[in-house]
Write a protein that binds this ligand. Structure first.
Ligand code: PEP
Ligand code: CO
Length: 448
């Protein structure tokens, strides 16, 4: 199973969990061939730069902020959507950097996050049993049986949506919008009028003053690139392996394979089997990779995953994203921290406080409590403090919109309000106010 014998197709000989039942195998292969001829979305050199930045996180010198939609949607796709998502991530990064004095490495669940693993192959809508929705890259979320048939032409549509999203993200982050002088305009109307929005405004005002102070001291702010642009990376769950294979290209500089569908790829809790196709696929690409780790994961299993995904122990190559649940983390995380440290694996530890805390409300909607999310984060920081390891980052599902999908927070969204603006195609996301509130809490935990 060494990297030398690896090929982007090798996963096909292994059991692959969560793959759609494509009705027409020939049609699928035609689409994959088409994707294989299309240009890469990201470059190998960018993925290497991200590995280097993640190595800083692994060394305790930076903090990873990985965030975005649970599932990007073909229907909700506009410049405003993308801009508002970027705004909230940039605001959170400012809060973290200013509040905790640590650089925030920004990675979006964006420009490719179109496929979903499901706990059950079917779902009940009213009194009909339908094939589960698997993300817009596979089928449609409309509640009827034909919409749920996997359609491979959606893989091409996903590629093109990822390309235009990435194009806009690059323009926003490099073309002036992410300039620190714009720190005020990232605060959206509905956020600015809230407590957490006013708290953010205060920081923004202090940043303004600091910039004026530096200019007054004769520092040439125009020449300081890092004040005017941000580095923003893309990531998604490498779930549909045919798509990932088709976008995997050999880097002409190094001769190494890179999955050029995103800078970073991760595997989920349901697809990280040691002998499975997904882990084999991630083991061969040279991008930085992530692996979700649930509460039932054993220390032996985690160390085996580290060996498989990062045998050379390259710092920044592997991020372990724990998603254990507010009540389980205190017992489940410490043995894993101990085992990985003892095995000398230089991983980035990130906390996904979302996926272990999902439940169905009385009204039948999937939701999460802000307080549970916070409790899991506190448990994450406490376990790392006790183990002497660096709580390296957070992995969040959020949107720039004023949705009502997660309960609680400053605005105190109640169960009876969930239906008001519930627009996610999959899991419940933090709205912009809840996300900024959470950034302040994380900054406090980082400072402590
Ligand atoms: C997700 O990140 O949306 C997800 C499904 O996570 P997990 O694999 O951890 O359940
Ligand atoms: Co999710």
């Amino acid at each position: 199973m060494s990297r030398a014998q690896w090929s982007p197709q090798r996963w096909r000989d292994l059991p692959a969990a969560q793959q759609p039942e494509w009705p027409d195998a020939d049609a699928l292969e035609r689409v994959l061939k088409e994707l294989g001829d299309l240009p890469p979305l990201v470059f190998a050199g960018e993925a290497r730069t991200l590995t280097a930045s993640l190595a800083e996180v692994a060394a305790g010198k930076a903090f990873l902020l990985q965030a975005g939609d649970c599932a990007e949607s073909f229907a909700e796709f506009s410049a405003d959507d993308i801009r508002d998502k970027l705004k909230v991530i940039l605001q959170m990064a400012v809060v973290l950097t200013y509040g905790a004095g640590v650089p925030a490495l920004k990675v979006g669940r964006i420009a490719g996050q179109f496929a979903k693993p499901r706990s059950s192959p079917t779902e009940r809508v009213g009194d009909v049993e339908l094939p589960a929705f698997r993300g817009h890259m596979v089928n449609d979320d409309a509640p009827d049986a034909t919409a749920r048939i996997p359609d491979p032409s959606r893989l091409v549509a996903a590629y093109h949506q990822a390309a235009s999203t990435l194009n806009l993200v690059r323009a926003f982050t490099k073309g002036g919008f992410a300039d620190l002088a714009q720190v005020h305009i990232w605060n959206q109307q509905f956020v600015a009028s809230s407590d957490e929005g006013r708290r953010y405004e205060q920081i923004a005002g202090e940043i303004d003053r600091a910039l004026r102070f530096m200019a007054a001291c004769g520092i040439d702010l125009k020449a300081e690139q890092s004040l005017h642009q941000v580095d923003f990376y893309t990531s998604h769950d490498a779930l549909i392996l045919g798509y990932e294979e088709a976008l995997t290209r050999m880097d002409s500089l190094t001769g190494d394979w890179y999955d050029c569908s995103a800078h970073m790829l991760w595997v989920g809790e349901r697809t990280r089997q040691l002998g499975g196709a997904h882990i084999d696929f991630l083991s061969g690409i040279h991008n930085p990779v992530g692996c979700k780790i649930g509460a039932s994961t054993t220390p032996t299993e985690v160390v085996a995953l580290c060996e498989r995904l990062n045998p050379e122990r390259t710092p920044g190559r592997l991020t372990l994203i724990t998603r254990m649940g507010a009540t389980a983390i205190a017992d489940a995380l410490p043995p894993l921290l101990e085992a990985v440290t003892a095995a000398h694996h230089p991983v980035v530890w990130a906390c996904d406080p979302m996926h272990g805390n999902t439940f169905v409300s009385d009204g039948g909607r999937k939701t999460r409590r802000f307080d549970d999310i916070l409790t899991e984060l506190k448990g994450f920081f406490a376990a790392h403090h006790a183990a002497g390891t660096w709580p390296g980052g957070v992995h969040l599902e959020l949107t720039g919109d004023d949705v009502t999908e997660c309960l609680g927070g400053f605005g105190d969204i109640l169960e009876g309000q969930l239906h008001e603006r519930y627009t996610t195609t999959c899991d419940p996301r933090l709205n912009a106010r809840q996300a900024i509130d959470l950034a302040f809490r994380v900054a406090e935990l980082l400072r402590a």
